[in-house]
Write a protein that binds this ligand. Structure first.
Ligand code: NAP
Length: 246
């Protein structure tokens, strides 16, 4: 149980982040739900958490901007007085083949997915170091481990998260802070809703467990890594992909 622990979930308004925020709240945590533009959706997640009898706060911030992240973490500390769990989940895709990829496609994906995680990690490490305890879960992707044509920017950002995770794990372990990454495969969310039903079926056929994942599949692992049962695990990257990237 995470009773009275405080979690910050970036990109908590939709998809995997929403499922993680609800799972953490379900286990007893107070949750700060970050969003960039979907204020109403983030408010709906907070309302669901409050309906469970837990505290929640909605915080708008662009994770790519360190001043907005610092302000957001300050607000979490003002509101709840501590910060125990960071879920670095916010992410975007801007897919295109290498020779057509624009500078801004590269910059936006790297700035959000990798620099955004760094900004949040740096801002949250300070209060966690003072508490001499903390859990950080970075949401990478199997694409960061295997590569994917048309996703050079995204795969590079997600591979970067692997190095960030392992380095932070080594640097922060002696302060009682554990840092791990989850690497989802193909998960049903807004990010992946462009495929038609035939493409979806073909994709599922290639996954050993024969189905596309859902946000809860990933949230279950995030919850485990945020809780006391994972106290001897750090610096790991764990796939949640139905066997896709074996
Ligand atoms: P999603 O449904 O598109 O949701 C993305 C979330 O990130 C939204 O809450 C969005 O906020 C937030 N976000 C985007 N840019 C942001 C920024 N600059 N600052 C703050 N928040 C920002 O995506 P998802 O599928 O749940 O993906 C969540 C994470 O899992 C991402 O890191 C993604 O790369 C990773 N992942 C997903 C899959 C998959 O198959 N779906 C597979 C592997 C890894 P707004 O709602 O305000 O826009």
């Amino acid at each position: 149980m995470l009773n009275d622990q405080v979690a910050l979930v970036t990109g908590g308004s939709r998809g995997i982040g929403r499922a993680a925020a609800l799972a953490l709240a379900g286990a007893g945590a107070k949750v700060a739900v970050n969003y960039q533009s979907s204020r109403a959706k983030a408010q709906a997640v907070c309302a669901e958490i409050e309906a469970m009898g837990r505290e929640a706060v909605c915080l708008g911030a662009d994770v790519a901007k360190s001043d907005e992240v610092d302000e957001m973490v300050k607000e979490v500390l003002t509101r709840f007085g501590r910060l125990d769990i960071l879920i670095n989940n916010a992410g975007v895709v801007r897919d295109s083949l290498l020779i057509r990829m624009k500078d801004e496609d590269w910059d936006q994906v790297l700035d959000t997915n990798l620099k955004g995680a760094f900004n949040c990690l740096r801002a949250c490490a300070r209060p966690m170091m003072k508490q001499r305890a903390g859990r950080i879960v970075n949401v990478s992707s199997v694409v960061g481990l295997t590569g994917n044509p048309g996703q050079l920017n995204y795969a590079a950002s997600k591979a970067g998260l692997v190095g960030l995770t392992k380095s932070a794990a080594k640097e922060l372990a002696s302060r009682g802070i554990l840092v791990n990454a989850v690497a989802p495969g193909y998960i049903e969310t807004d990010m992946t809703d462009s495929l038609d039903s035939r493409a979806r079926e073909a994709l599922a056929e290639n996954i050993p467990v024969k189905r596309i994942g859902n946000p809860k599949d990933v949230a279950n692992l995030i919850l485990f890594l945020a809780g006391s049962e994972s106290a001897y695990i750090t610096g790991q990257v764990i796939a949640v992909d139905g066997g896709l990237a074996m």
